[in-house]
Design a protein around this ligand. Structure first.
Ligand code: MG
Length: 265
C-alpha cells in the first residue's frame, strides 16, 4: 500500500497509489485522512482520473500533532559527533510548523552558520498508543513509513542546552514523498542521503541501536502518540552541511525520493 497527499483543485487530497510498470499512478481518491481509520484499506475511496505521481503536486503526506525524533540511534553517527552510545533512547520534538512539502525550499536561517541534513526513516502512527506493554506488538499502531530530513542548525545545537531552536526552524522538516507500508524496518530498510547527486549517507535500519518496537513503546510511556503523529528514527553517519543552491535528497526503500532545494533566508 502506498498513498500520498497532493493538491487537487486548490485543496489537499489523499490519493491511493498503484504501481504500474515504470510508473506510479494515483488511481483512487481517499475520502478521509488514512490515519483516521488506522489502515488505508478501511478508508472509503472512489476512482479518480488516473494521475501519475510524477505529475502531481505532492504535499507532506502527514499532518502530525507532533514530530518525535530519536537522537543517536546509529552507532557510527553517535561516534562521528563524538558522542557515546546512549543507554536509553534520546527523544526530542520538532514543531509541526517546521514541516515542508517535497520540492519546497529549506531556508538556512540567518541565526545559524552551519545547517546540516539528516536523512531518516519516518514512522506514521495509525492508532493512538499510550503506555504500550513491554512485549506488545507495535505493528498494529503503525500506518506506514516515509522519508524525513531532520534538518539541524549544528552550531546552535552545540551552543544551546537543548535542541528546540537548532531543530525547530520553519522549513527544517521536509517529509515525503509518499507513505508506504511495503517496508519491514526490523528486516532492514535502507536510507540514503544525496547532496547534488553525491551520496553522503547510507544506513540500514538493521543497525538501529534501539529497534523500532523499543522506540515506539518507550515514547508511548512518555506521551500518547496520536494517529498521524510522526516518529523520525534517527540518522546514520555522514551528516554534513547544506549551502544555498544545493539540492538534498533523502531516499528510503519503497518510499521514493524526498528532494528539496536549499536557499538562504
Ligand atoms: Mg536526527
Amino acid at each position: 500500500m502506498k498513498y500520498c497527499r497532493f493538491a487537487l483543485n486548490g485543496n489537499a487530497a489523499y490519493g491511493l497509489i498503484e504501481n504500474t510498470p515504470g510508473k506510479e499512478i494515483i488511481t483512487r481518491l481517499l475520502l478521509a485522512p488514512p490515519e483516521t481509520h488506522g489502515q488505508v484499506e478501511d478508508v472509503p475511496s472512489r476512482r479518480m482520473e488516473p494521475l501519475p505521481v510524477a505529475e502531481a503536486t505532492l504535499l507532506s503526506p502527514v499532518v502530525p500533532s507532533k514530530i518525535v525524533c530519536v537522537g543517536r540511534n546509529y552507532r557510527n553517527h553517535a561516534a562521528e559527533l563524538g558522542n557515546t552510545v546512549p543507554a536509553e533512547p534520546i527523544i526530542f520534538l520538532k514543531p509541526p510548523s517546521s514541516i515542508i512539502h517535497p520540492g519546497q525550499s529549506i531556508k538556512r536561517p540567518k541565526m545559524s552558520e552551519r545547517v546540516d541534513y539528516e536523512g531518516e526513516l519516518g514512522v506514521v502512527i495509525g492508532r493512538a498508543c499510550h503506555r504500550l506493554n513491554g512485549d506488545e506488538d507495535v505493528r498494529p499502531y503503525i500506518l506506514g513509513y516515509t522519508c524525513v530530513n531532520d534538518v539541524t542548525a549544528r552550531d546552535l545545537q552545540q551552543k544551546d542546552e537543548q535542541w528546540t531552536r537548532a531543530k525547530g526552524f520553519d522549513t527544517f522538516c521536509p517529509v515525503g514523498p509518499v507513505v508506504s507500508d511495503e517496508i519491514d524496518p526490523w528486516a532492514g530498510a535502507e536510507v540514503e542521503t544525496r547532496v547534488n547527486g553525491a551520496q553522503r549517507q547510507r544506513g540500514n535500519t538493521r543497525d538501529f541501536i534501539f529497534a523500532l518496537d523499543v522506540l515506539v513503546r518507550y515514547i508511548s510511556q512518555v506521551m500518547t502518540l496520536f494517529p498521524g503523529d510522526l516518529i523520525s528514527t534517527g540518522t546514520p553517519e555522514g551528516v554534513g552541511p547544506l549551502l544555498a543552491g544545493d539540492r538534498v535528497e533523502v531516499q528510503a526503500s519503497c518510499v521514493g525520493v524526498l528532494s528539496n532545494p536549499v536557499v538562504n533566508e
